[in-house]
Design a protein around this ligand. Structure first.
Ligand SMILES: Cc1ncc(C[n+]2csc(CCOP(=O)(O)OP(=O)(O)O)c2C)c(N)n1
Length: 558
């Protein structure tokens, strides 16, 4: 069946037909026809953010929490360029985000028109796919194709740029009766039996095997398969920053996070391992340190849906391109049972208690264990970027799948607050806590207004140390203690929250933290807790940037 609609109406219909319920955006001249079509539209909820970067991060948070495409919208020029950081974040972490941008009308293209930016050019390296729609007849299929591409293989962001006159033009709307113009990528071929048998053999023969899992496990929903593989073979499991919550934190076989801020015994285990099976992760430099000294005794098996990731950073003995769950199902059908007890005991022996650095004070440990108590672990934690992010990764006891969301690859400060809005809309029944530093919070704190206007119940925790803490730590360790432009002033956060109509608590002592978090968690609507922590607290252990995993710092260098 066909009917005559404007381009703007076609976009709305296409989104509704694709199951989109919510989008995040900000209007402007070149996207006005679309906003006009949205007016009073029953099926689509639009969240007006306070900055387009927040729209992209919110769409990303939504996408990660629901494993489906998150949508953001912006006008041409500055609106579109404000999306770039959010798109780059989604690109690095494999999150399916669709950006719809308005563009100047086709007759104005290439004429330096008001608010004209070549956004297809600008976003080329940070999207999986992007397109300028020049013909209204292509519009619906361009949107459908972009959404399909966002989800297939390794997910990622896509952008559809729609000139204003195309949004105003009328054309027949055709619901998708015929297949997409482009053949859908069928995904990687199933791994051949010989390769899977080879991996099973390596696992059976290894004396010191490790599983190292990343976000690919979360995206493919391979929790049960990873757990079964680990339990059946007694193999300890390491979760990368983005793999946190892909395996129960408290499980006997779980070690924790590797790399720059990984615990010493975990990095030592990597250096002693004779086999590392990396699943849905990419051996990024924060994990490996100096690749020349990384896991010198280990054969590496790398399973990833992205063929380009295999062998990119470390040489692999066996690479398998495929969806983690599908590959693991095959592996589980042939893998032999064992317990690896001597190796597990050896790793236990590598453990040593770290000196409690903030004994008695308002330490990250105290805060994070209070948060776990208060929420009963039933919450999603969205962390920002910096020291607090590492403390969350090291300390919070994530027990349920996909309950830890952070900007891992790009490390984009400002991510947590807007991303948490997206997560909350995707998970309306569970508390969502955004944990930020005083620096990152100030980047997108205007989104408190969005939360209030749209009734989005995000709980905000601000770790206030008066510094851009992680950079200050590097200055202390590697730049002679010269704190160049890292002391950062904060407003009175409780008053600020109050100005937005949000209840706030300021916590300066360990004894106050549980109460404040409990009240904030129970308050209806958004709430804010400022946590005044020790100013010069550091994250330990630490591998010097570009250093070897064998040489951790456990105290500040003198
Ligand atoms: C957008 C952006 N700008 C700069 C950086 C570099 N950077 C990484 S961590 C950090 C400090 C973060 O400070 P804060 O938000 O206060 O958190 P803390 O480290 O104190 O926990 C900075 C500036 C970044 N990651 N992202």
């Amino acid at each position: 069946m066909s009917e005559l609609l404007t381009g703007a109406q076609i976009i709305c219909r296409t989104l509704v037909d694709a199951g989109v319920e919510v989008m995040f955006g900000y209007p402007g001249g070149a996207i006005m026809p679309f906003y006009d079509a949205l007016h009073g539209h029953a099926g689509l909820r639009h969240i007006l953010v306070r900055h387009e970067q927040a729209a992209a991060h919110a769409a990303d948070g939504y996408a990660r929490a629901r494993n489906r495409v998150g949508v953001c919208v912006a006008t041409s020029g500055p609106g579109a360029t404000n999306l770039v950081t959010g798109l780059a974040t989604a690109h690095m972490d494999g999150s399916p985000v669709l950006a719809i941008t308005g563009q100047v009308g086709r007759p104005m293209l290439g004429r330096d028109a008001f608010q004209e930016t070549d956004v297809v050019g600008v976003t080329l390296p940070v999207t999986k796919h992007n397109v300028l729609v020049r013909d209204i007849e292509d519009l619906a299929d361009d949107v459908r194709e972009a959404m399909a591409i966002a989800m297939e293989g390794r997910p990622g962001p896509v952008l559809v740029d729609v000139p204003k006159d195309v949004q105003n033009q009328k054309a027949e709307y055709r619901s998708r009766t015929e297949p997409l113009r482009r053949q859908r990528d069928p995904g990687p071929d199933a791994p051949d039996d010989a390769t899977v048998r080879e991996v099973a053999r390596l696992i059976a023969e290894a004396k010191r095997p490790l599983l190292m899992i990343g976000r690919g496990v979360i995206m493919s929903g391979a929790y049960a398969e990873v757990r079964e593989l680990a339990e059946r073979t007694g193999t300890p499991v390491i979760t990368t920053l983005l793999g946190i919550s892909a395996f129960p934190q408290a499980h006997d076989l779980h070690l924790g996070m590797p790399g720059m801020h990984g615990e010493v015994h975990i990095n030592k285990a990597i250096q002693a391992a004779d086999l590392i099976v990396g699943i849905g992760m990419r051996f990024d430099d924060r994990v490996t340190g100096n690749t020349a000294t990384f896991a010198p005794r280990a054969k590496i098996v790398h399973i990833d849906v992205n063929p380009a990731a295999i062998g990119l950073n470390v040489p692999v003995a066996v690479g398998i391109v495929g969806d983690a769950r599908r590959v693991l199902e095959r592996l589980l059908s042939i893998v032999t049972a064992r317990d690896c007890l001597p190796w597990r005991e050896e790793i236990q022996g590598l453990k040593h208690d770290r000196e409690e650095l903030f004994a008695g004070g308002l330490s990250p440990e105290v805060i994070l264990s209070a948060l776990a108590d208060v929420t009963g672990g039933r919450c999603t934690v969205v962390s920002d970027v910096g020291q607090h992010q590492m403390w969350v990764a090291q300390r919070y006891p994530f027990q349920r799948p996909n309950t830890h969301i952070t900007s891992g690859g790009l490390g984009a400060m400002g991510f947590a607050v807007p991303a948490a809005m997206g997560v909350r809309l995707a998970r309306p029944d569970e508390p969502v806590w955004a944990i930020s530093g005083d620096g990152g919070f100030q980047m997108n704190m205007a989104e408190m207004a969005t939360m209030v206007q749209e009734g989005i119940e995000v709980k905000l925790a601000v770790f206030n140390n008066g510094y851009l803490g992680m950079v200050r730590q590097w200055q202390q360790f590697f730049h002679g203690g010269r704190y160049s432009n890292t002391p950062i002033l904060s407003p009175d956060y409780v008053k600020l929250a109050d100005a937005y109509g949000i209840p706030g608590w300021r916590v300066t002592k360990a004894g106050q933290v549980t109460d404040a978090l409990r009240q904030a968690n129970a308050a209806p609507g958004p709430a804010l807790v400022e946590l005044v922590i020790e100013q010069e607290a550091n994250v330990f252990p630490m591998i010097v940037p570009g250093g070897s995993l064998s040489e951790p710092l456990e105290a500040a260098p003198v």
